[in-house]
Design a binder for this molecule. Sequence first.
Ligand code: FCB
Length: 385
Amino acid sequence: MAKVLNFPKGFLWGSSTSSYQVEGGIENCDWSKKYPAGRACDHYNRYEKDFDLIKKLNQNAHRFSIEWSRIEPEEGVFDEKEIEHYRKVLLALKERKIKSVVTLWHWTNPSWLAEKGGWANKEVIFYFKRYTETIVEELGDLVDFWVTLNEPMNHVIMGYFLGKFPPQKRNIFLILKVIKNLVLSHKVAYQVIHKKYPNGKVSISKIVNYYEPGRSWFLKERIITSIAHYFSNDYFLLKIKNHLDYIGFSYYFHYRITLLPFLNKKKKVSDVGWEIYPEGIYHVLKYLAKFKKPIYILENGLADAEDKNRKEFVTDHLIWVKKAIKEEVDVRGYFYWSLMDNFEWRKGFNPRFGLVEINYNTLERKIRPSAYYFAETCKNNRLVI
Ligand code: FCB
């Protein structure tokens, strides 16, 4: 007999995107030259049709980001036309009764800011404040949820530790500066939003990984696991915990910390080699419960060009989410990454994360079978297995 898992009333069901990955035509940011996304999915011009797809898939919420380099192409110069564009985007969601989750910064920086040292320059706090004020003033009436920063620690690690993302640095002193500036910028943006909208719902989207020791009886592995968890998950959230109305996070990774590499076998992986480990989302939720705030899963998904594992992936993650809810973790929404295939940063267009398949020659959209399956859960607010 089928098992039915009900989700709490008012649960948000959605999918996420980010400007650089889907819009196309972004030529003026720190990614544009080295990793051009070209016309991407041309979502900038096709957002209405794309939102019709969201509706068709019964999702009641959508997360997307505003492109700072469009809004402020030159330092202190704000582009009215681009502000108007995002107003139309937000209105298009509203017309369709889709709640908006707006990310202010999803990794891309205007070129002028990058030239000034980006997040390593403490002036960024002022710049981000001014940009946030503009958005709050011009668009705030249409925003349901705010995400100030997307995965800030990822920017730090990829951009300043591994040197893989712009600005491709490896410098411990810069790391400390960047973290400090990200923390302060979030706090300032939080205040800016709350000044105008005291009931505004503001958070970040924190990448939260699940770390476990390879051998739980082995003290050394347990200690290393705790350290990894502390720096990668806890550190940033603790710094901003008094400036969060909810906890937004993404879950993709599970790490078995062990001195014996053979214990570290990944059982099942996605097209990009990331381990599929649904149970981890449960442990992450149990950990996040300590902040005593409503929790929204703002990204979870996999690269799966043939759509072989997506249905099972979503189902299995939701089973673990439901277990956490049953144990009184206050989870209020689940956003799949991504609504559509898109530009996956350094990996380009190869990885296929979308519920909707994109034909990059014709830009045609095609809903994948797993998306119809997920749509049933979104429609009925329950998972049937
Ligand atoms: C997350 C990013 C998102 C996307 C997914 C696959 O870390 O926030 O933009 O690239 O990974």
